[in-house]
Ligand binder design. Structure first.
Ligand code: SF4
Length: 450
């Protein structure tokens, strides 16, 4: 790959707040892309400790830490690792899912940019836990400059002898490879990512069999998000109990929350799991600018149902947000103020999913297209009353009827927008143009980082 200089404007700026607990982000801004600096900052100590542990002990430590997948699903990482069979005729693999593409989410980007070795170390520890001898770090195609950083980090780790044959004199071998995506959101789905890595079109596989048993090139495979893997070295060094206590029960650790949209201080903040959403918006994010009021929040990336202003007094852990009727998802918190049109927001969200649908299954391919067309017409003032129920009906009929979660990801926010903001949809009816644009409200929608 071409080795071009990375312009400063492409590097994400760092923000901070006193409530932050820096675990995954502790090396951000510390020059840790340099392997010697990484070593000064406790780098590669966790993997050396893990080399002296039994595989089951590593898995139990991660299980007891309460670490749950940071990519969106929130499944127990230790549990996922325990599903990989001990014996296998085929090689086993560890995959890092760095195909971060969910609108509103930009946390893995910071990890790759500031602390790439922590991901390599997480992949290595995952490999020791499941008995794999190689791992892949798959990075989103649009993150080209981050791929350059990661490729250098991998090269440096080989040069130091931390990767390859006889790692740290342990008699064990471990290889790590970088792989770049081609710019498809769909490839963030784990089985589509494996197809892509194998050089095929990135569409999902039918399951079962699940990747833990039949994954990459048919071998048992664990696949974890980059933030999940970067959380593993601190767990090995600090212990499961310490990590678990950072968050509420069954939701261990911290989370990189990507705060964007209509907030005074947008940015990526590392806060303990279970941090209150209202506090996050008004204290960490500095509240809603320009004297506007909060209208809604998308709490975990574009695929999550929105919460209204009355519903934001919720703790940001997987279980509490689910209880509130949404999902913690990928940590992308998008704040929407009262100058924004929800119909336009729903349209923007649907345009994304319609564009990214891989087209393999009909409810998603046709459903997203119909919903987008209806929303375009509706927002332009060409809507009729029946459209509102039709959008809801169509979305509900996509749920659970597609090969991969993209169909649900498109349907769930639409259902919530229609249900919670029906009046706003009705205000667009019968030839009336968007009332928000009539009022001279901002043309610009909240900026979702992605
Ligand atoms: Fe493709 Fe959508 Fe079906 Fe997923 S749900 S397989 S993205 S068409």
């Amino acid at each position: 790959m071409q080795n071009y200089p990375i312009s400063k404007s492409r590097m994400a700026s760092l923000v901070s707040h006193p409530d932050e607990v820096k675990v995954v982000s502790r090396r951000f801004g510390q020059g840790a892309t340099d392997i010697d600096r990484y070593l000064e900052l406790d780098g590669y100590r966790a993997v050396q400790k893990a080399l002296g542990m039994e595989a089951d002990a590593i898995i139990n430590e991660v299980k007891n830490s309460g670490l749950r997948g940071r990519g969106g699903a929130g499944f127990s990482t230790g549990m996922k690792w325990s599903f990989v069979p001990k014996q296998s005729a085929k090689p086993k693999y560890v995959l890092c899912n760095g195909d971060e593409s969910e609108p509103g989410t930009c946390k893995d980007r910071l990890i790759f940019e500031h602390d790439p070795h922590s991901v390599i170390e997480g992949v290595m520890i995952g490999g020791l836990a499941v008995g794999a001898r190689s791992g892949y770090i798959y990075i989103r195609g649009e993150y080209r400059y981050l791929s350059i950083i990661m490729q250098k980090a991998i090269r440096d780790a080989y040069t130091k002898g931390f990767l390859g044959k006889n790692i740290f004199g342990s008699g064990r071998d471990f290889d790590v490879y970088w792989h770049g995506g081609a710019g498809a959101y769909e490839v963030g789905e784990e089985s589509a990512l494996m197809e892509s890595l194998e050089g095929k079109r990135g569409i999902p596989r039918i399951r079962p069999p699940f990747p833990a048993v039949v994954g990459l090139w048919g071998g048992p495979t664990v696949i974890n998000n980059a933030e999940t893997l970067a959380s593993v070295p601190p767990i090995i060094l600090g212990g499961a109990e310490w990590f678990a206590k950072l968050g509420p029960p069954k939701n261990g650790g911290t989370r990189l929350f990507c705060l964007s949209g209509n907030v005074a201080k947008p940015g990526v903040y590392e806060l303990p799991m279970g941090y209150n959403l209202k506090k996050m918006i008004y204290e960490v994010g500095g509240g809603i600018p320009n004297g506007r009021q909060l209208k809604a929040v998308v709490p975990g990336g574009a695929s999550c149902p929105c919460l209204t202003a009355d519903e934001v007094d919720v703790n940001m852990d997987f279980d509490s947000v689910a209880k509130a009727g949404s999902m913690l998802g990928s940590g992308g918190v998008v704040v929407i103020d009262d100058a924004q049109c929800i119909v336009k927001f729903a349209l923007r969200t649907m345009k994304f999913y319609q564009h990214e649908s891989c087209g393999w299954c009909i409810p998603c391919r046709e459903g997203t297209d119909w919903l987008k067309k209806t929303l375009v017409r509706f927002h332009a003032g060409g809507g009729v009353k029946k459209d509102i129920d039709n959008m809801q009906y169509l979305s509900e009929n996509m749920l659970g009827r597609t090969f991969c979660p993209l169909g649900d990801a498109a349907a769930m926010p639409t259902i919530a927008f229609v249900k919670k903001f029906r009046k706003e949809f009705e205000d667009h009816l019968e030839g009336r143009p968007c009332p928000f644009e009539l009022e001279g409200a901002r043309e610009q929608m909240p900026v979702m980082a992605h």
